[in-house]
Design a protein around this ligand. Structure first.
Ligand code: SF4
Length: 215
Protein backbone atom coordinates (compact mmCIF):
# COMPACT_ATOMS: atom_id res chain seq x y z
CA UNK A 1 0.00 0.00 0.00
CA UNK A 2 1.15 3.56 -0.68
CA UNK A 3 0.17 7.17 -0.06
CA UNK A 4 1.11 10.43 -1.78
CA UNK A 5 3.19 12.27 0.80
CA UNK A 6 4.08 15.96 0.71
CA UNK A 7 6.59 15.88 3.58
CA UNK A 8 7.58 14.00 6.73
CA UNK A 9 9.24 16.10 9.41
CA UNK A 10 9.95 16.25 13.13
CA UNK A 11 8.83 19.31 15.09
CA UNK A 12 6.80 20.57 18.03
CA UNK A 13 3.06 19.85 17.97
CA UNK A 14 1.19 23.14 17.94
CA UNK A 15 -2.55 22.67 17.55
CA UNK A 16 -4.12 20.49 20.24
CA UNK A 17 -3.78 19.47 23.89
CA UNK A 18 -0.53 17.86 22.68
CA UNK A 19 0.85 21.31 21.84
CA UNK A 20 4.45 21.53 22.94
CA UNK A 21 5.17 17.81 22.50
CA UNK A 22 7.82 16.64 20.04
CA UNK A 23 6.00 14.95 17.18
CA UNK A 24 6.64 13.43 13.73
CA UNK A 25 4.34 14.93 11.11
CA UNK A 26 3.25 13.03 8.02
CA UNK A 27 1.76 15.61 5.66
CA UNK A 28 -0.26 13.94 2.94
CA UNK A 29 -0.82 15.54 -0.44
CA UNK A 30 -4.15 16.98 -1.59
CA UNK A 31 -7.09 18.84 -0.13
CA UNK A 32 -10.73 19.02 -1.20
CA UNK A 33 -11.19 22.48 0.40
CA UNK A 34 -9.69 25.91 -0.36
CA UNK A 35 -9.89 27.84 2.93
CA UNK A 36 -9.34 31.59 2.62
CA UNK A 37 -6.51 31.47 5.17
CA UNK A 38 -4.83 28.22 4.10
CA UNK A 39 -1.13 28.14 5.00
CA UNK A 40 -0.37 24.76 3.42
CA UNK A 41 -1.22 25.44 -0.23
CA UNK A 42 2.10 23.80 -1.12
CA UNK A 43 0.49 20.47 -0.14
CA UNK A 44 -2.37 20.70 -2.67
CA UNK A 45 -0.45 18.94 -5.46
CA UNK A 46 3.19 18.31 -4.62
CA UNK A 47 4.33 15.01 -3.21
CA UNK A 48 5.64 11.57 -3.99
CA UNK A 49 4.07 8.15 -3.72
CA UNK A 50 5.63 6.32 -0.80
CA UNK A 51 5.05 2.72 0.25
CA UNK A 52 3.88 2.27 3.85
CA UNK A 53 7.25 0.67 4.65
CA UNK A 54 9.09 3.83 3.49
CA UNK A 55 6.77 6.07 5.51
CA UNK A 56 7.22 3.91 8.61
CA UNK A 57 11.02 3.87 8.18
CA UNK A 58 11.15 7.66 7.90
CA UNK A 59 8.97 8.02 10.99
CA UNK A 60 11.14 5.57 12.93
CA UNK A 61 14.30 7.54 12.05
CA UNK A 62 13.04 10.43 14.22
CA UNK A 63 12.84 8.31 17.40
CA UNK A 64 9.57 9.81 18.60
CA UNK A 65 6.46 7.90 19.68
CA UNK A 66 3.96 10.66 18.77
CA UNK A 67 2.92 10.88 15.10
CA UNK A 68 0.47 13.30 13.50
CA UNK A 69 -1.12 12.50 10.15
CA UNK A 70 -2.10 15.78 8.54
CA UNK A 71 -2.45 17.52 5.17
CA UNK A 72 -3.94 18.95 3.11
CA UNK A 73 -6.80 16.66 4.00
CA UNK A 74 -5.49 13.22 4.91
CA UNK A 75 -8.79 11.36 4.55
CA UNK A 76 -9.20 12.05 0.82
CA UNK A 77 -6.63 9.29 0.22
CA UNK A 78 -8.40 6.01 0.83
CA UNK A 79 -5.36 4.20 2.30
CA UNK A 80 -4.93 6.72 5.14
CA UNK A 81 -6.99 4.80 7.75
CA UNK A 82 -4.84 1.71 7.02
CA UNK A 83 -1.63 3.66 7.68
CA UNK A 84 -3.08 4.98 10.95
CA UNK A 85 -4.02 1.44 11.96
CA UNK A 86 -0.51 0.15 11.15
CA UNK A 87 1.13 2.92 13.20
CA UNK A 88 -1.15 2.21 16.17
CA UNK A 89 -0.31 -1.49 15.93
CA UNK A 90 3.39 -0.56 16.06
CA UNK A 91 2.77 1.27 19.33
CA UNK A 92 2.74 4.88 18.16
CA UNK A 93 0.31 7.40 19.60
CA UNK A 94 -1.36 8.78 16.49
CA UNK A 95 -3.09 12.12 15.98
CA UNK A 96 -5.19 12.81 12.89
CA UNK A 97 -5.81 16.42 11.88
CA UNK A 98 -8.82 16.51 9.55
CA UNK A 99 -10.81 19.35 8.01
CA UNK A 100 -14.22 18.04 9.04
CA UNK A 101 -15.55 17.42 5.54
CA UNK A 102 -14.65 13.71 5.36
CA UNK A 103 -16.21 10.76 7.19
CA UNK A 104 -14.09 9.95 10.26
CA UNK A 105 -16.05 6.73 10.91
CA UNK A 106 -13.45 4.68 9.02
CA UNK A 107 -10.62 5.71 11.39
CA UNK A 108 -9.41 3.39 14.19
CA UNK A 109 -10.95 4.55 17.50
CA UNK A 110 -7.53 4.51 19.18
CA UNK A 111 -6.44 7.38 16.95
CA UNK A 112 -6.92 10.86 18.41
CA UNK A 113 -8.92 12.84 15.89
CA UNK A 114 -8.53 16.61 15.90
CA UNK A 115 -11.62 17.67 13.98
CA UNK A 116 -11.78 21.11 12.41
CA UNK A 117 -15.20 22.69 12.19
CA UNK A 118 -14.95 25.26 9.41
CA UNK A 119 -16.38 28.71 10.24
CA UNK A 120 -17.79 31.28 7.75
CA UNK A 121 -14.56 33.25 7.23
CA UNK A 122 -12.88 30.11 5.86
CA UNK A 123 -15.32 30.22 2.94
CA UNK A 124 -15.85 26.47 3.41
CA UNK A 125 -18.38 26.24 6.26
CA UNK A 126 -20.90 24.58 3.97
CA UNK A 127 -18.57 21.57 3.65
CA UNK A 128 -18.75 20.48 7.32
CA UNK A 129 -19.93 16.88 7.64
CA UNK A 130 -22.08 17.24 10.76
CA UNK A 131 -22.39 13.48 11.23
CA UNK A 132 -18.74 13.50 12.35
CA UNK A 133 -19.66 15.18 15.65
CA UNK A 134 -21.48 12.07 16.82
CA UNK A 135 -18.55 9.84 15.82
CA UNK A 136 -16.00 11.54 18.07
CA UNK A 137 -14.81 9.62 21.12
CA UNK A 138 -13.57 10.85 24.47
CA UNK A 139 -9.92 11.24 23.44
CA UNK A 140 -10.80 13.36 20.40
CA UNK A 141 -10.66 17.14 20.07
CA UNK A 142 -12.57 19.80 18.12
CA UNK A 143 -11.03 22.96 16.72
CA UNK A 144 -12.62 26.14 15.39
CA UNK A 145 -10.36 28.72 13.72
CA UNK A 146 -11.91 32.10 14.56
CA UNK A 147 -11.31 35.02 12.20
CA UNK A 148 -13.96 37.46 13.45
CA UNK A 149 -17.06 37.87 15.59
CA UNK A 150 -19.25 36.11 13.02
CA UNK A 151 -17.02 33.02 13.29
CA UNK A 152 -17.19 33.16 17.09
CA UNK A 153 -21.00 33.36 17.09
CA UNK A 154 -21.10 30.48 14.60
CA UNK A 155 -18.86 28.32 16.81
CA UNK A 156 -20.99 29.12 19.83
CA UNK A 157 -24.14 28.11 17.97
CA UNK A 158 -22.57 24.81 16.84
CA UNK A 159 -21.49 24.04 20.42
CA UNK A 160 -24.91 24.92 21.87
CA UNK A 161 -26.87 23.13 19.20
CA UNK A 162 -24.87 19.89 19.55
CA UNK A 163 -24.40 20.11 23.31
CA UNK A 164 -20.71 19.53 22.62
CA UNK A 165 -19.20 20.65 25.91
CA UNK A 166 -20.79 17.62 27.59
CA UNK A 167 -20.49 15.12 24.77
CA UNK A 168 -17.32 13.47 26.01
CA UNK A 169 -14.62 14.91 23.77
CA UNK A 170 -11.28 15.67 25.36
CA UNK A 171 -11.20 19.38 24.42
CA UNK A 172 -12.80 22.08 22.29
CA UNK A 173 -10.33 24.68 21.01
CA UNK A 174 -11.11 28.16 19.74
CA UNK A 175 -8.04 29.31 17.84
CA UNK A 176 -7.68 32.97 16.76
CA UNK A 177 -6.72 33.25 13.11
CA UNK A 178 -3.08 34.30 13.11
CA UNK A 179 -2.66 37.95 12.12
CA UNK A 180 -6.42 38.58 11.85
CA UNK A 181 -8.11 37.90 15.19
CA UNK A 182 -6.62 39.43 18.34
CA UNK A 183 -6.27 36.65 20.96
CA UNK A 184 -7.27 39.03 23.76
CA UNK A 185 -10.60 39.87 22.06
CA UNK A 186 -11.37 36.18 21.66
CA UNK A 187 -10.37 35.57 25.28
CA UNK A 188 -12.74 38.34 26.37
CA UNK A 189 -15.69 36.87 24.45
CA UNK A 190 -15.03 33.37 25.87
CA UNK A 191 -14.97 34.74 29.42
CA UNK A 192 -18.07 36.90 28.91
CA UNK A 193 -20.00 33.87 27.67
CA UNK A 194 -18.50 31.41 30.20
CA UNK A 195 -17.75 29.01 27.35
CA UNK A 196 -16.35 25.63 28.32
CA UNK A 197 -13.58 25.77 25.68
CA UNK A 198 -9.86 26.43 25.46
CA UNK A 199 -8.37 29.53 23.91
CA UNK A 200 -5.77 28.00 21.69
CA UNK A 201 -2.78 29.78 20.18
CA UNK A 202 -0.96 28.11 17.29
CA UNK A 203 2.20 27.34 19.21
CA UNK A 204 4.30 26.42 16.18
CA UNK A 205 3.68 29.92 14.76
CA UNK A 206 5.00 31.46 17.97
CA UNK A 207 8.07 29.23 18.11
CA UNK A 208 9.01 29.30 14.39
CA UNK A 209 8.66 31.81 11.56
CA UNK A 210 4.88 31.72 10.86
CA UNK A 211 5.54 31.61 7.08
CA UNK A 212 8.09 28.81 7.23
CA UNK A 213 6.93 25.40 5.99
CA UNK A 214 7.75 22.04 7.55
CA UNK A 215 7.63 23.36 11.11
S1 SF4 B 1 -8.60 22.25 4.96
FE1 SF4 B 1 -6.56 22.82 5.64
S2 SF4 B 1 -5.21 22.30 3.93
FE2 SF4 B 1 -7.30 22.30 3.14
S3 SF4 B 1 -7.58 24.36 2.33
FE3 SF4 B 1 -8.35 24.38 4.43
S4 SF4 B 1 -6.61 25.06 5.69
FE4 SF4 B 1 -5.78 24.43 3.67
Amino acid sequence: MALKVNEIFYSIQGESTYAGCPCVFVRLTGCNLRCSYCDTQYAYEAGEDLAFSDIVNQIASHQCSLVEVTGGEPLIQKETPALIHDLLEKGYKVLLETNGSQDIGQVDDRCITILDVKCPSSGEANKNDWDNLSKLTEGDEIKFVIGDREDYDYAKKVLDHNNISTSGVNAVHLSPLHGKMAPKDLAKWILEDHLNVRLHLQLHKVVWDPNQRGE
